[in-house]
Ligand binder design. Structure first.
Ligand SMILES: Nc1ncnc2c1ncn2[C@@H]1O[C@H](COP(=O)(O)OP(=O)(O)OP(=O)(O)O)[C@@H](O)[C@H]1O
Length: 313
């Protein structure tokens, strides 16, 4: 039987804890082989959503399937196909790379555990490090080993919780290259993250705030759907003036958000005419350069979060 093209399809998922709704009426579809990122403020319901999507937590209401199984009644079957990599290194620090992988292979009853471990070492680019004690690996290598361990049993769905927190950019890039290779082979990956660069590496993203799914789609779709108009402002002189300008613009009607980015400011608003009116008097200042720009993903998320908070309070 060929695997279905849709990995997850859920409708109207709702969950409350202690009488408080933490996920509200959530519907979504995840295609097989997709890397799907979940973003949103702390405590917004990302983990609860991910756990419901793969049957680890039963919703109060709503329905759906994960890997073709019912999330309410066939959770045990789903679990057999799920790999979970947590933020904290959860392998044996005192065992070598090879011993850790071999142990996992035996635990899952994988035939020829030693060969399977060695193949995984090669696949992860960890050749020459097989006998190194796991605890002495750098953060990036540890994450790669953890990825190897949780993909050894060949899961169809992988859950990653901020997988590259604290890992340097080169190791991050290599880790994500591995994730993309796995996804190209058909593995579906759900990632919860607070990092914009991780979000930008996902095929699709969902932004959840205070229990509501506020935006989803590819990064470009989420940016285009934000309705945010953005200008960058840089200074021909010293940058000190920009901070003052930022404060003045923040208070101006029509400006929803001002954020410094390196040597420039991002000034965003939802109403183009009002935003242009707000910056009009500053545009004649020859020491400032105003340019229309695409909002960044961070601009969009901060705007979504601010509005969600306003609606919530
Ligand atoms: N088992 C539980 N019992 C009671 N409350 C819970 C339980 N699990 C989660 N919560 C609460 O539900 C809310 C959503 O939590 P969740 O972990 O889904 O958020 P999150 O977006 O993943 O947050 P973070 O980014 O901090 O990991 C939080 O207020 C949390 O305290």
């Amino acid at each position: 039987m060929t695997a279905p093209a849709i990995a997850i399809e859920v409708e109207g998922l709702t969950k409350s804890f202690d009488g408080r709704q933490v996920v509200r009426n959530l519907s979504m579809t995840v295609k097989r082989g997709t890397i799907y990122g979940f973003l949103g403020p702390n405590g917004s319901g990302k983990t609860t959503t991910i756990r419901m999507l793969c049957g680890l937590l039963t919703p109060d209401s709503g329905r759906g399937t994960c890997l073709g199984y019912d999330i309410r009644t066939e959770a045990d079957k789903i679990k057999l196909h799920v790999g979970y990599m947590t933020q904290r290194f959860s392998l044996y620090q005192d065992l070598s790379v090879r011993e850790n992988l071999e142990f996992i292979a035996r635990l899952y009853g994988i035939p020829n555990a030693r060969t399977a471990a060695e193949r995984m070492i090669a696949r992860l680019g960890l050749e020459g490090r097989g006998e190194q004690i796991a605890g002495s690996l750098s953060g990036g290598w540890k994450q790669r080993l953890a990825l190897g361990a949780c993909t050894l049993p060949k899961p169809q769905l992988l859950l990653l919780d901020e997988p590259t927190a604290g890992v340097d950019p080169k190791a991050r890039r290599e880790f994500w290259a591995q994730i993309h290779t796995l996804a190209a082979e058909g593995l579906t990956v759900l990632v919860s993250t607070h990092y914009m660069d991780e979000a930008e590496r996902c095929h699709e993203i969902a932004y959840i705030a205070y229990g509501d799914l506020l935006a989803h789609g590819t990064v470009d779709e989420v940016i285009a759907g934000s309705g945010l108009v953005t200008f960058t402002v840089s200074s021909r002189g010293d940058n000190g003036g920009l901070a003052q300008l930022g404060h003045a613009l923040e208070a101006a009607p029509g400006v929803d958000m001002v954020a410094p980015f390196g040597t420039s400011l991002h000034v965003c608003g939802r109403d183009r005419a009002a935003l242009e009116a707000a910056i009009a008097s500053y545009r004649s200042d020859a020491s400032l350069v105003f340019e229309p720009a695409e909002p960044t993903l961070e601009d969009v998320f901060i705007d979504l979060m601010t509005r969600a908070k306003d609606n919530f309070q």
